[in-house]
Design a protein around this ligand. Structure first.
Ligand code: RIB
Length: 309
């Protein structure tokens, strides 16, 4: 992109959570109490993380969501202002701001439980009230931490306006055909792609074939994020493996969000699917090198530096 071109306009519809993380030697098994080490609190939520990742990646970002009338909601609004994100589309609901309890083990792997709180107050009608944000965007990004009716409403508005719709189907759940059919690019991880294709999350199936089953439901492309193995771009015409970038993993929290934010900006700037996925993989790798979601989301120059190496 040259300096005189306008930034890609990205509309993100999704969640905000107050993240509370504990580092543990190994993730606890049911019934087990483990002694952890560090406790950290950070801004989180897949929607807000992806909005911040897109803004740091060079996008002109608007966010639609819902937070509580509490100090966490206030902190979220301050953060979006600092990150230059237009949060005029964020409601203040009756329920408390969403919260996430995160265990991060030494390998960097995590396990997350979310109390959605106000995220679940984002209705389809409230998204439609802000539909100009989606209509004016080059790219719409959603996830599944807000009610399906909010995601469906965003998808319907985006489809009518010709806005490219990227769905990160996380957390995994079965989705109505109408919603999947409206998706342009789905960005599931390995277990999410199985669920989207109608399998159990741990089914023993091959990724490319599973992604092709998802294509039959309507999306133009499925980009499977493979963590330390990079990503796989699957369309009717091509199956391309995007190689990983090796890093010392500290914490994988937010890596998928970093991928989606960078991927969305690249798509908004006109990059093809593979080039956009390469930026996503670089952003995801960078995000694994620091603790927490928001603190680890990389700037555009950091993403560039990973690709220059
Ligand atoms: O993708 C990471 C995010 O998932 C965390 O920030 C947490 O809030 C959960 O939404």
């Amino acid at each position: 992109m040259t300096d005189d071109e306008p930034d890609a306009a990205i509309a993100v519809v999704g969640s905000y959570n107050h993240d509370m993380s504990v580092t543990v030697p190994d993730l606890p098994v049911p019934g087990e109490t483990v002694m952890g080490e560090k406790f950290e609190q950070n801004a989180g939520g897949k929607g807000s993380n992806q909005a911040i990742a897109a803004a740091r990646g060079g996008g002109d970002v608007s966010f639609i969501g819902s937070v509580g009338d509490d100090r966490f909601g206030e902190a979220a609004r301050e953060l979006w202002a600092e990150e230059d994100i237009d949060a005029a589309g964020v409601l203040t609901g009756d329920a408390p701001t969403g919260a996430a309890l995160i265990h991060v083990e030494e390998s960097g792997e995590n396990a997350i439980a979310v109390a959605p709180g106000s995220n679940h107050e984002l209705s389809g009608a409230s998204v439609r009230e802000k539909q100009a944000v989606i209509e004016d965007a080059d790219v719409l990004v959603t996830q599944l931490e807000t009610p399906i009716e909010s995601v469906q409403a965003a998808a319907t508005v985006g489809e009518a306006a010709g806005t490219e719709f990227i769905l990160d189907p996380a957390p995994a759940q079965e989705l109505p055909d109408e919603l999947v059919a409206a998706v342009d690019v789905a960005t599931p991880n390995e277990s999410e792609v199985r669920v989207l294709a109608g399998h159990d999350p741990d089914a023993d199936v091959e990724e490319a074939e599973t992604a092709r089953t998802v294509l039959d439901r309507g999306p133009e492309a499925v980009v499977v994020t493979l963590g330390a193995d990079g990503a796989l771009v699957v369309t009717d015409d091509q199956t391309v493996a995007v190689p990983p970038i090796a890093v010392d993993v500290v914490d994988t929290t937010g890596a998928g969000d970093a991928f989606n934010g960078a991927f969305a900006v690249a798509r908004g700037e006109g990059a093809d699917l593979v080039a956009a996925a390469e930026r996503g993989v670089a952003a995801g790798a960078a995000a694994c090198t620091e603790r927490g979601a928001v603190p680890s989301l990389p700037s555009r120059s950091t993403i560039d530096s990973y690709l220059d190496d």
